[in-house]
Design a protein around this ligand. Structure first.
Ligand SMILES: NC(=O)c1ccc[n+]([C@@H]2O[C@H](COP(=O)([O-])OP(=O)(O)OC[C@H]3O[C@@H](n4cnc5c(N)ncnc54)[C@H](O)[C@@H]3O)[C@@H](O)[C@H]2O)c1
Ligand SMILES: O=C(O)C(=O)C[C@]1(C(=O)O)C=C[C@@H](O)C=C1
Length: 371
């Protein structure tokens, strides 16, 4: 029988999940619901969903698998509300939320009724939101975290893993609390820092009206994520507040140390500070030429600063084709749209990436980075 899959919330993540699940061989029937009619309409027109449901309840009661891809506070509300819904007996319910502990707590009422709930979080995304930004390959090579409510869910975890296989995400199982602690470190707290850096810029603009125009690669790279949806980040911040407060305390200590370092003005100490940070950043798994796995992503990407002129992409791909180097993906990222386009090319392995770098540096003067 064809699997019936409901996705509630058809934005960046819900839409991408629908597209990714469609890449599997076996036929599926996707039922979608979103509170925005324009979103549902676009999801249907793009072939992300096969059927538009009149409500979340209607979609969920028909489904064998359910994914909630709404902002995390909304997911908590829907989960609480769903305790009276008539789910199929063997339904597997999951979500895509960036926090896990509050979601698992909210799911307890349906779990107590014998319904399977396995928390989920694909560790891939963007500062863009909405269905228009949805992509089939968004989760490729990214970790896809599952937080099952009980150890006894082994079989259901395997079913969900099989269903998610076409997304090409790397499924890992974690405890919800562990998840929230780690994502505070590598995602939620950095997001607050990025937003605070932009705030600091705005706060000083009265005195330095030209400063915005000078924001170049460094500031843009560091603050790209501050352009993300405020509703999503409000909810994450509220739900992971305790971990974030601990991160802020650690950060204040770190800044105090930096302040003392500046007061002491010892060149060796200042050098050591930057050296240690560089070594630690360079040692993130994805920065190794031979790495098979990144800190969060498994990638063999090469970032190339290309000038903005017609034909530049075909020039690059021709150089690679002449050297018989295959690429698996090619895309432009918009972190520095007004300065350079950045072309990101993915390769099957580190060796191909190395050959590409050598070939491109012989034929062009474009600067290249492995991030
Ligand atoms: N954006 C990312 O980088 C990212 C990455 C991984 C996980 N997530 C998580 O995935 C979830 C979705 O994020 P997104 O980036 O797709 O957000 P999004 O804003 O692109 O999509 C959310 C969708 O939910 C819909 N929605 C809101 N309230 C609803 C309701 N009551 N009923 C039905 N639909 C409703 C919105 O209309 C919107 O289409 C969030 O929980 C987020 O924490 C986001
Ligand atoms: O790449 C980005 O723009 C993201 O912010 C994605 C990102 C992150 O890496 O922090 C953001 C939140 C999600 O829960 C998972 C991924």
């Amino acid at each position: 029988m064809m699997k019936q899959i409901a996705i509630i919330g058809l934005g960046l993540i819900g839409g991408s999940l629908g597209l990714a699940l469609r890449r599997g061989g076996s036929p599926i029937h996707l039922i979608g619901f979103d509170r925005s009619y324009a979103t549902v309409d676009e999801a249907y027109r793009r072939g992300i969903i096969d059927e538009v449901a009149p409500s979340a309840k209607a979609a969920c009661e028909k489904a064998d698998y359910i994914f909630f891809a709404t902002p995390v506070n909304t997911t908590v509300s829907i989960l609480k509300e769903s305790v009276d819904w008539n789910f199929k007996d063997d339904v597997i319910i999951s979500d895509t939320g960036s926090t896990k502990k509050p979601i698992m707590e909210a799911a307890q009422a349906i779990i107590d009724k014998g319904i399977t709930f396995i928390g989920g979080h694909p560790m891939a995304g963007s500062h863009k939101s909405g269905v228009a930004a949805a992509k089939a390959h968004l989760f490729e090579n990214a970790y896809y975290i599952l937080t099952p409510a009980a150890d006894s869910y082994t079989e259901q975890v395997e079913q969900l893993r099989t269903l998610l296989a076409p997304s090409k995400g790397k499924v890992v199982v974690l405890e919800a609390e562990e998840h929230d602690r780690m994502t505070a470190i590598i995602s939620h707290f950095p997001h607050i820092i990025a937003s605070a850096l932009v705030e600091r810029l705005s706060a000083q603009e009265d005195e330095q009206p030209f400063v915005r125009n000078l924001a170049a690669g460094g500031f843009r790279d560091l603050t790209r994520i501050a352009s993300a949806d405020p509703t999503m980040w409000r909810d994450i911040t509220i739900q992971n507040r305790t971990e974030l407060l601990a991160q802020i305390d650690g950060w204040l200590d770190e800044m105090q140390n930096v302040r003392n370092m500046l007061l002491e003005n010892d060149p060796e100490q200042i050098y050591t500070f930057f050296e240690r940070a560089k070594n630690s950043r360079d040692a993130l798994p994805s920065t190794f030429e031979g790495a098979v796995q990144g800190a969060l992503y498994m990638t063999f990407d090469l970032h190339i600063d290309i000038p903005d002129h017609p034909g530049v992409i075909s020039e690059v791909t021709k150089i690679l084709a002449d050297e018989q180097i295959s690429l698996t993906n090619i895309r432009i990222v918009e972190t520095r749209t007004d300065v350079y386009g950045i072309l990101v090319i993915s390769f099957q392995n580190a060796d191909d990436r190395k050959k590409a770098r050598v070939a491109l540096s012989k034929a062009t003067d474009y600067s290249m980075h492995i991030i």
